[in-house]
Design a protein around this ligand. Sequence first.
Ligand code: CA
Length: 238
Amino acid sequence: MAEAYSSLAKPTILVVEDEAALLTLLRYNLEKQGFRVEEAADGQEALLRVAEARPDLVLLDWMLPALSGIEVCRQLRRRPGTRDLPIIMVTARTEDQDAVRALDTGADDYIAKPFVMDALLARIRALLRRSGGVATKGVLAYRDLTMDQDAHRVARGGRALHLGPTEYRLLEFFLQHPGRVFSREQLLDGVWGRDIHVEPRTVDVHIRRLRKAINGETEVDLIRTVRSAGYALDAEGH
Ligand code: CA
């Protein structure tokens, strides 16, 4: 029972799975159903891919290298930008206790491996229907800085700011992880995407532009430079 999506409203599913064969199988079946598929092979990568691909739903394996699925779920639920992101946990565990734990952590649904593909697809469609098909992006904020992702507007203390597209994405990425320090390489992955080759120094240029765009003369610098580590959206500790 294929429920085709028009190419305009193709929902994006982020599949987080460390078993390559299963990932391939999931991609094949999801694409056949009209979904756009993004992938991540471990928990850390999943968090970065969520920030850059902004999926409509995450299919999240429980047992993952780097960071477990439960921990990824917990972190996504803590962040304002992904608090309502639909998540289905996938796991080899079948105990009811684990299902409860997955749901307690904030997953919207749960399916145990091995699963029947049609059953998984039905759950994905049902969850997307519940969440209104495509997740709304909403408003991100840090201190007196706000970003309305739907209207694509940024303001500080009520004053409208004008950012170039790269500075906008950079700020959006920071707003999704306030206070966290990112290396230039992590920012390149999260903002530019890992398929694009950009010199790490390029990041410094855009950080400079972003600072100029968001910090008024008398305002606190919201970007913290962490020597030999990278940058953070952090007004403290200057
Ligand atoms: Ca696994």
